[in-house]
Write a protein that binds this ligand. Structure first.
Ligand SMILES: Cc1cc2nc3c(=O)[nH]c(=O)nc-3n(C[C@H](O)[C@H](O)[C@H](O)COP(=O)(O)OP(=O)(O)OC[C@H]3O[C@@H](n4cnc5c(N)ncnc54)[C@H](O)[C@@H]3O)c2cc1C
Length: 398
């Protein structure tokens, strides 16, 4: 029987495979004080059949040093899709293709309260909700069960999720389905839903209004200088970057991700998914003839024939360049194989959060923003409008 306690939380990625597979239905996913869900077993109902351990992707994960078969750098030819996607809008094209084949897509969305969870879509017009990375662990709910139901009818299913979620799904299914297509991403880690909730509460109070729209990667000042933006019902807007935003800074300073992310069992270049997507920050390094227009490209690792067929089917929707797997992995995809550092103040961060200290005070005390960053952030809009931001970035690169 799976037994996750305070001492072995890093052994659970929260994928829900165990809860979904339990024949006695005696496992529920329960939030801990950091806001992450873990399996809780009702020992009165459990018959110790061991299914939960058989389907756990962490227990059964296999390390491999293999490389993906092929790599490409792509951009969607629809500029609106690129604008609203985190990098080059590759995932939207895969979703559209599955819908075209009368399939169903499962991906991460914001619900009406801006919690992040997995939902499905069956028409092209619904696909907008999936666009863009949400830097929070997505709540899978009954997604695995719903996917199995669809697969068993023979319908084509596309699942997009974190590497642990994709591997958890395949592990839960326990057999391969020709009608299942999975896309995962190179994943830095998944931040706490509790931190995201506290952040929203803080910003709602600060701006005196409900949130009407949010985007973790708004390309306000271009792809390379994106912001976490919040648009409020009263017309006000907040847009801050990785150095100045309380949520993004917590994420990238390694202080609020799930414990399993710092020693992730799924950090490998060759995945069980058909495709892996990630940010291509350095397009000119791989394709020197291209001028970087700062709109974003998606890097794609192809893991098998089915992944290659998908790219062939959607190639008319892309500007597409073949790339060297090793070069991409070294420069842009290194988080596929490298764990992030755990911030030594992580425990203190969550203790303060749980004792009611507002998130901005916690960040200011434990991971303060450098004054130079604050000043730069203030003038970024002017620098962008006058073209100086582009010049500064060019100088930095050289
Ligand atoms: C938590 C997280 C961490 C990431 N870390 C890295 C990294 O370290 N390095 C890197 O190069 N790229 C990382 N990425 C991937 C990157 O941000 C882009 O998603 C990727 O480049 C694809 O962009 P796109 O424009 O093609 O698709 P997009 O339109 O951006 O679509 C992304 C898809 O991801 C799904 N998704 C969004 N948020 C979540 C979530 N919280 N959980 C599960 N699925 C989600 C959505 O369903 C959507 O369809 C991360 C993404 C997430 C969500």
């Amino acid at each position: 029987m799976i037994n996750i306690t305070e001492n072995n939380k890093k052994d659970c990625c929260g994928c829900t495979a165990c809860a979904s597979a339990c024949p006695k239905n005696c496992i529920s996913m329960v939030c801990d004080s950091e806001g992450f869900k873990y399996p809780k077993i009702d020992s009165k109902l459990c018959v110790d059949c061991g299914v939960c351990e058989k389907v756990c992707p962490v227990i059964n994960s296999e390390n491999n040093a293999e490389l993906p078969e092929k790599a490409y750098i792509v951009r969607n030819t629809n500029p609106d899709i690129v604008k609203n996607s985190s990098s080059g809008g590759a995932v939207s094209a895969f979703c559209e293709e599955i819908i075209r084949q009368n399939g169903i897509v499962f991906g991460a969305v914001f619900d009406k309260d801006f919690n992040v969870k997995h939902e499905s879509a069956e028409t092209s017009s619904e696909l907008e909700k999936f666009r863009g990375s949400k830097y929070v662990q997505s709540d899978l709910g009954n997604t695995y069960l719903n996917i199995k139901k669809q697969l068993d009818t023979g319908r084509k299913v596309l699942f997009i999720g974190a590497p642990c979620q994709a591997e958890g799904l395949k592990s839960y299914l326990r057999k391969s389905y020709d009608n299942l297509f999975t896309v995962d991403f190179v994943c830095h880690g998944v931040p706490s839903p509790l931190v995201w909730k506290k952040y929203r509460e803080l910003m709602t109070t600060k701006y005196g209004s409900d949130i009407a729209y949010t985007n973790f990667r708004e390309k306000t000042y271009g792809y390379h200088s994106s912001n976490l933006s919040l648009h409020f019902a009263n017309g006000k807007k907040s847009a801050e970057n990785t150095n100045t935003d309380y949520m993004l800074k917590s994420f990238f300073d390694g202080i609020c991700s799930r414990p399993s992310c710092y020693d992730c069992a799924f950090r490998k270049a060759k995945r069980v998914s058909e495709l892996t997507v990630f940010d291509c920050w350095n397009i000119t390094r791989y394709v020197p003839s291209v001028e970087d227009d700062d709109k974003g490209y998606t890097a794609v690792f192809v893991h098998n024939d089915s992944g290659a067929e998908m790219l062939e089917s959607v190639k008319d929707k892309f500007v597409m360049y073949p790339a060297d797997v090793g070069a991409l992995l070294d420069a842009d995809g290194h988080m596929a194989v490298k764990n992030p550092d755990v911030n030594p103040k992580r425990r203190q961060y969550f203790e303060m959060l749980n004792s009611g200290v507002p998130l901005d005070c916690i960040v200011k005390e434990l991971i303060p923003v450098k004054t130079s960053r604050k000043i730069f952030g203030k003038f970024k809009g002017v620098l962008y409008k006058t073209g100086m931001l582009k010049q500064i970035k060019k100088l930095k690169k050289n």
